[in-house]
Design a protein around this ligand. Structure first.
Ligand code: PGA
Length: 257
């Protein structure tokens, strides 16, 4: 099974920094044996086409966008559409990250419309879901994230669902202010997610303070088949380290199974 290991650079990197990162990444991938690991990188929109130019169709790395509007075009100042990010080279679109939900008014309905738009244009949606610390403390994490996923994926056909990736990213575990989650406390949410959606989508990823120290343990949580990384992969070498850890973890699992 494909193991998805990707990074969003959020609002970081100029075009030349993004190009440098991509060149270092491609050079680092030469001679590495990644097995079923599928890398993906999600630059800011301003750097998409420049990064696509460096990738030049290299199939080893999937290129993604951090957001796209649900309409194809029109009077939506400041937004970019799915056809536009596809034109710039993206094949995957991240939808509903908690920072977009918190700061930019994204809600279940806009997330649902955006997931549908990404699918309509033949790209891969990476749907982000996750609960706040309050919801976790109330013991409602599993039902909350399953509800979020269900509202985002409502009405999709089996064929469409099979193209969706879901990243479970607890809000309390994300970013510099976040607390790294322990594999134990993630087991129940992932099991609930897998029961409802795991067998119908392309993959369930974990995100939030992923680092070289915890990556292997996170990948060993049942039903997790990928990691979505921020800070620890903002330097190409850090990302390559995490790709190696993922490839080694999978190899070990294969050997022991
Ligand atoms: P982080 O970000 O790895 O820096 O915590 C994760 C994310 O927001 O997806």
């Amino acid at each position: 099974m494909t193991v998805w290991i990707g990074t969003s650079w959020k609002m970081n990197k100029t075009v030349s920094e993004a190009q440098r990162y991509t060149r270092t990444l491609l050079a680092g991938l030469d001679g590495r044996e990644l097995g079923t690991v599928q890398p993906f990188i999600i630059p800011p929109a301003t750097a998409l086409s420049a990064v696509a130019g460096i990738l030049a169709g290299d199939r080893r790395v999937l290129l993604g966008a951090q957001n796209a509007h649900w309409e194809d075009d029109g009077a939506w100042t400041g937004e970019v559409s799915v056809p536009q990010v596809a034109d710039a080279g993206a094949r995957l679109v991240e939808i509903g990250h908690s920072e977009r939900r918190e700061h930019f008014g994204e809600n279940d309905e806009t997330v649902r419309l955006k997931v549908a738009a990404v699918l309509r244009h033949g790209l891969t949606p990476l749907l982000c879901i996750g609960e706040s610390a309050e919801v976790k403390d109330a013991g409602r994490s599993p039902e909350f994230i399953v509800g979020q996923a269900s509202r985002a994926l409502e009405g999709l056909s089996g064929e469409e669902l099979a193209r969706v990736l879901i990243a479970y990213e607890p809000v309390w575990a994300i970013g510099a202010a976040g607390r790294p989650a322990g594999p134990r406390e993630l087991a129940e949410p992932f099991s609930a997610l897998a029961d409802s959606w795991g067998h119908r989508v392309a993959g369930l990823l974990y995100g939030g303070s992923v680092a070289p120290e915890n990556a292997a343990a996170l990948l060993e949580i049942p039903h997790v088949n990928g990691l979505f990384i921020g800070r620890a992969a903002w330097q190409a070498q850090g990302y390559l380290t995490l790709l190696d850890i993922a490839a080694n973890t999978i190899n070990q699992e294969l050997r022991t199974s």
